[in-house]
Design a protein around this ligand. Sequence first.
Ligand SMILES: N[C@@H](CCC(=O)N[C@@H](CS)C(=O)NCC(=O)O)C(=O)O
Length: 222
Amino acid sequence: MYQLYYYPNNASLAPHFLLYHMGLEYELLLVDKKSNAQKSADYLKLNPAGRIPTLIDNGMAIFESPAICIHLCEQHPEYGLIPHLGTPERPLFFQWLAYLNNTLQAELMVRYYPHRHTNDESTIPNIIAAQDERISEALTVIDEQLAGKPYLLGEHLTACDFFLFMLAEWSLPVKKSPMHFPHLSAFLMKMAAHPTVQAVCTIEEMDLTPFNGDGGGDSGKN
Ligand SMILES: N[C@@H](CCC(=O)N[C@@H](CS)C(=O)NCC(=O)O)C(=O)O
């Protein structure tokens, strides 16, 4: 039995997709971000970074969403969400997960928390505008990777695809929404129809209509 400290449509979403997809037993524990519960003394004992998510596996706390995803994939390789050791796809799995987390997610974090990146409030609109450009650049790289492929690594669904879906959802409000990229939008429409995505988004009360192909939408994250 796993426990996932989560908040709807936060960085806990990708681990939640994996837990559900693999049919694992898990309990969801809401971290009330509205009351800043991620900075409470009890939560900081589990996750000293004060961020969401944290996974509890057999009493051990693991934080950082990509680390949680890799851990779940490696514990349950029979679900095929990580390529086998020794296959050419294996390093590419780490490459794309790192790109998603270190580049696209990092840029999104600056966009959603611009006040942490300036000591002059009047510059916040400029930070958001600059981030929209940087996020679009990352989405372009991903769009090109998806050309002619059903999934990020090629023919097979992996944890990277669930991670990408999470970040693409966060990217909906940027100036050039992910739904304006041809290969990425086709991928997102397919992922939005996936039973795991549908079920988890229902649990987290998320709206999937922006992925129905009518040209984008707003996610309301954070
Ligand atoms: N790199 C971390 C980032 C986690 C993160 O920043 N989560 C956000 C929610 S999406 C959070 O906890 N924000 C609250 C805060 O920064 O106080 C991960 O992927 O787990």
